[in-house]
Ligand binder design. Structure first.
Ligand code: ATP
Length: 306
């Protein structure tokens, strides 16, 4: 009996590991919710990052042949700087981040990192140097510690806790009876969008990549949560080359350059103050947001009084 139970236990463990592995694989693809279309060329080399400077050079892209999404987009993100992209829904902002992560290849033009065309390097070496905080983070069906530690599997408990602290999620974790061992994901504790994003930020802090893509969630966050997330995003993007796909204008004020993307072209570019002076698209977006914020605050006041 004894002899039999050991192999059965072993098979049980193996089965659990395999099925967790499969769920992880699945989650990994869902995590970014993107197809795996691009294949490494046989001559692909390893990307060598010296500074982490990004250059989009006259980039054209379409998902479908009859509808062009990007029509000659050129910009640089110098090493360690932050460039934010704003613009109307559907303008092609997130497409820029998908191209940089190489879910798709450009149709014309090129994207370079430290002078190397990303089409000529292996995807593994490209993705190793890029941290991605996506709009909607999909968590693994596992503990919070696992979900954060995934950014760097070699990280110890203290490092995981430090990352959680910096991503401003540690306080929430401390209120849970099982703390870092709390199961999250589909079958566990459901975290809010903002909380999930902070888990993704903690994961990225642990990975500590030289290049960062932040794709902000479209959903409105309350002011307090927005401030907390902003603080952790500022922390994670410090001294890293950062491309922010911004949906909240408050995020972009401090950016080194802001691009206003409209109909697949860069319609305006500059720093916040310069763009405000232009009184163009960017200015109009701010005015609209200000009006929406004021309306939201009024509503909150009325609700508080009732
Ligand atoms: P939002 O602010 O709403 O997130 P966005 O500026 O980030 O919008 P993108 O997600 O880059 O916009 O999408 C640009 C356009 O490409 C949209 O019209 C979208 O419908 C289209 N698009 C996005 N993904 C695909 C896809 N996989 N296949 C076909 N069309 C797509």
């Amino acid at each position: 009996m004894m002899q039999l139970s050991i192999p059965l236990n072993f098979i049980g463990t193996l089965y659990r590991e395999i099925s967790t592995g499969l769920i992880d694989m699945e989650a990994m693809f869902n995590l970014l919710d993107e197809p795996q279309e691009v294949v490494d060329s046989p001559a692909a080399t390893e990307l060598v990052v010296s500074d982490g400077a990004i250059a989009f050079k006259d980039v054209y892209f379409s998902y479908d042949p009859d509808r062009e999404i990007l029509k000659g987009v050129t910009f640089e993100v110098p090493a360690g700087k932050t460039v934010a992209v704003v613009g109307p829904s559907g303008a092609g902002k997130s497409t820029l981040s998908r191209l940089l992560y190489r879910f798709y290849d450009v149709k014309a033009g090129s994207i370079e990192i430290d002078g190397q065309d990303i089409r000529n390097v292996t995807q593994a070496s490209l993705r190793k140097v890029i941290g991605m905080v996506p709009q909607d983070t999909v968590l693994f069906n596992d503990t919070i510690a696992y979900n954060i530690g995934y950014g760097n599997v070699a990280a110890g408990k203290a490092e995981v806790e430090d990352a959680a602290e910096r991503a401003q999620i540690a306080h929430l974790i401390s209120t849970l009876p099982k703390g870092y061992e709390t199961e999250v994901g589909e079958r566990g504790l459901k975290l809010s969008g903002g909380e999930k994003q902070r888990v993704a930020i903690a994961r990225t802090l642990l990975k500590s990549p030289p290049i960062l893509i932040l794709d902000e969630a479209t959903s409105a966050l309350d002011t307090h949560t927005e401030r907390e997330i902003q603080a952790s995003l500022d922390d994670v993007s410090k001294n890293r080359t950062t491309l922010v796909i911004a949906h909240r204008l408050s995020t972009v004020v401090g950016a080194d350059e802001i691009l206003v993307l409209k109909d697949g072209v860069v319609a305006e570019r500059g720093r916040h103050a310069e763009l405000m002076k232009l009184k163009g698209l960017y200015y109009a977006m701010w005015e609209r947001q200000r009006a929406a914020d004021a309306a939201r605050e009024n509503l909150a006041k009325v609700e508080a009084e009732v």
